[in-house]
Design a protein around this ligand. Structure first.
Ligand code: NAD
Length: 421
């Protein structure tokens, strides 16, 4: 099981510091980047269905606005705390920089297990949280999006609350909205699609034999589910998947459309109760160490640790989730010769298409899906090439290459703007 003393913010700083040293960043420049610009903690009172009032803790952290408005998702989970949100906000600044879109980084979250709330309670929680972070968000300031356990409907409530308080409709305040209220074609699939582009590119770049490979995926939500579907459509075999309820393995490849159908129709949107002929059940974290060529973690942080990194059999890891590998596990993977395509590059498809959604909203435009998918492919694969070139030149990992690319852009923007006053 993941180490309970793990601190995502410290883990992020460990990697950031290594990259800053490799980039020979001046200590002043590193000092300015390592802290978030702003942290907001709110106590959100919600009237529950039984008439009682329950107070939830919520957060919004803005790490950097140096390269543009802050951008980052909102997570509803019982493990959310300030350090997790701070780490996620910094990763957003790095992610937007590595793919070179004009955004800074932010993240928000509420400490709640949303599966315990009714739909009405979830809506009231979302609307009150929006009202409480309202002074610091907006299309020119900070634009939230979906993350773990939030979806297009939650974004619709945020957009409506923000618009009602301001007195007119402002779709550009959030991305990942339903199409009917200013969402973008391609946004629901964007992160998984980006993961599938990056996986294919990494297979070609790192000399895997042409043809289908065996893939294991942890997490079957927005990111993992779509990545599984698209990679299977490309001809690969998805031999193992897991979600919060457990996992399945089948050497001949699992039936991903049937799994996704089961998840969509189940009460908790999970794999619980799924049955497939020829598949065997996997316990907890076994999906990470099963027999496969490619491992794609798409659940939460701190899944690949010093405890299980030595047992991983995949030769390529593509990080669909944010922070799935603890900083101290990276060297074990490197020693074993496992290539890791890091989160800030591999899962950037979501923020790239969020950028397209926001650009359409503020210009009152609508673009075609084919055009959006093509622009996504160009941006994410160009970033892959840049990171690969840096990693090759400096004889380092793809993670260091991505951090060096991002830190270089961030620190240049900071230098140009200077320190106010
Ligand atoms: P989601 O809520 O749609 O899905 C999360 C999935 O992880 C679910 O299938 C859940 O059952 C599973 N899960 C949770 N705990 C697990 C555990 N202990 N073991 C196995 N499975 C577990 O969330 P999502 O939007 O798909 O996000 C997943 C990850 O991707 C997060 O790290 C998120 O920050 C990152 N991410 C999401 C987006 C996006 O656009 N949604 C973009 C970039 C990065």
């Amino acid at each position: 099981m993941p180490n309970k003393t793990y601190n995502p913010y410290q883990s992020m700083l460990t990697v950031l510091e290594q990259a800053a040293k490799m980039l020979e960043l001046h200590p002043n420049d590193y000092e300015a980047i390592k802290y978030p610009e702003r942290e907001l903690k709110v106590y959100i009172p919600v009237r529950m269905d039984n008439g009682s009032i329950q107070v939830f803790e919520g957060y919004r952290v803005q790490h950097s606005s140096d390269r543009g408005p802050c951008k980052g998702g909102i997570r509803y989970h019982q493990s959310v705390d300030m350090d997790e949100v701070k780490a996620l906000a910094a990763w957003m600044s790095l992610k937007c920089a590595v793919v070179n879109i004009p955004y800074g980084g932010a993240k928000g979250g509420i400490n709640v297990n949303p599966s315990t709330l009714s739909c009405g309670e979830l809506e009231r929680l979302t609307r009150r949280y929006t009202a409480m972070i309202l002074p610091i968000i907006g299309p020119d300031k900070d634009i939230p999006a979906p993350d773990v356990n939030t979806n297009a409907q939650v974004m619709g409530w945020i957009m409506d609350t923000y618009s009602m308080i301001n007195g007119y409709t402002i779709p550009g305040v959030v991305t990942g909205k339903p199409l009917e209220v200013g969402g973008s074609y391609g946004r629901p699939e964007a992160t998984g699609r980006g993961v599938s582009f990056i996986t294919q590119k990494a297979l070609e770049t790192f000399g895997f034999p042409e043809g289908p490979v065996n893939i294991a995926i942890q997490g079957m939500g927005n990111v993992g589910g779509i990545a599984a579907k698209l990679l299977q459509e490309q001809g690969h075999k998805i031999v193992a998947v897991s979600d919060i309820s457990g996992g399945y393995y089948k050497a001949e490849g699992l039936n991903i459309p049937a799994m996704l159908k089961h998840i969509r129709s189940s009460k908790n949107r999970s794999l619980a109760g799924y049955a497939e002929l020829g598949s065997t059940k996997l316990d907890g974290m076994d999906v990470l160490t099963c027999d496969c060529d490619v491992l794609i973690p798409c659940a939460l942080e701190n899944q690949i640790t010093t405890e299980n990194a030595g047992s991983i059999r995949a030769k390529l890891i593509v990080e669909g989730a944010n922070g799935p590998t603890a900083a101290d596990a990276d060297s074990i993977l490197e020693e074993k010769g496992i290539v890791v395509v890091p989160d800030i590059l591999a899962n950037a498809g979501g923020v790239i298409v969020s950028y397209f959604e926001w650009a359409q909203n503020i210009q009152r435009l609508m673009w075609e899906e084919a055009e959006i998918n093509e622009m996504l492919r160009n941006i994410i694969l160009r970033a892959f090439d840049e990171v690969f070139a840096i990693a090759s030149e400096k004889r380092t990992t793809m993670r260091m290459g991505a951090y060096i690319s991002a830190l270089g852009r961030l620190s240049k923007a900071k230098k140009i703007r200077g320190v106010f006053p």
